[in-house]
Design a protein around this ligand. Sequence first.
Ligand code: LLP
Length: 426
Amino acid sequence: MSRIDFEEESRMHDFCYNRKGELCCENVPLRKILEKTGTPAYIYSSKTLTDHLAKLQRAFRSVRPLICYSVKANSNLAVLRALVAKGSGLDIVSGGELFRARKVKCQGRKIVYAGVGKKDEEIREAIRARILLFNVESVPELERINALAKKMRKKVNVSLRINPNVDPHTHDYITTGKAETKFGIDFERARAIYLASKTLTHARLTGVHVHIGSQIETGEPFVEAFRKILEFIDEIEAAGMKIRFLNLGGGLGIIYSDEDPQTADEFASKILPLLRKRKFQVIFEPGRFIVGNAGVLAAKILYVKETNVKKFFITDAGMNDLIRPAFYNAYHAIWPVQKRPDARRWVYDVVGPICESGDFFAKDRELPEMRPGECLTIMTAGAYGFTMSSNYNSRGRACEVMVKGSSFRIVRKRETYQDLVRGECV
Ligand code: LLP
């Protein structure tokens, strides 16, 4: 199968080789970072992050959207701070994410809150923080928010998340816009809820939300979903409702291997015509598009193992650090930290040290020969990498590093044995 080469992918991010064959993030060789931090380590490029936000802001400037970066993709405070400083809002799904949003001083009026199972305390915290919108996914949740707001004598803005029953053609686990998933509310129910919403004294139904899935590589599913949503809005507005906010979710796909996902401009060229002459505040909730290509996971090769049928690179990073290959069979490119022009190429499995056969980063992958002690990077690991990591096998979670120009900073320390047992007692 053809896979994109180093140079081609370099246009998407700021990881590339210098003349000495060293992989650099912006102007810093990874070798220099790893000498200080050890491995495994997540390394992020500040420039890639903010460039991707800017690409979306530019592509949609004619409708002045509010872009609420989806915190679940990468919730490191330094990542959030960099984006909030460039005007981003935040899309949250828990009290914990609200806590992070407040830590980086994101204004409440730039926060939207999604999720099918919000707890009372989380709802109260969000009301107190004066967030812009609750994205509501069921009638009981709507009633709960109304009742809690009433007790607090506050009015809140609410969008219903519509499930438009559109197939986004992505992995089943990240498909959310089909009727059989737990997400959103079908058109018929939603219509009834909007039309009866005058009875809600403290929840103002002023928005519509839709998010059909993640890693969607073409515009068609979005166009199909948004068309249906706009028809629906026309219908309920004709019946006397006023919609002020249209939240079109996230889901934009990025390059992992040989896909050719659309650019922000191509996406905008399909979506903007639908929004012409519309008056609402448009909101987007991109996660992966902004942070996916902005991060890599660097690991050290501990052993090179040969069996009768395979060659393995055994690394000091495992599925607890990056679960995407194990969980979604996801493809991540693998690059050496030091390129050697004379290196022969073989086919390897790249695996971690964890006691599970699912603990792999690549299978049957042609890679340059590397020796124990050398480092490699698992590319495009900025989104759903660290945030989905765990302490499985009592492994401390990796450190995280932010690079900006010629300098770098550890933005989360590597976890210690003490961190592993914090809160436990015998
Ligand atoms: N808005 C809502 C309501 C969401 O549920 C999500 C992601 C997003 C926005 C951001 O989607 P994005 O732009 O990142 O595609 N762990 C999986 C992805 C799970 C996505 C969950 N929801 C993965 O590693 O591929």
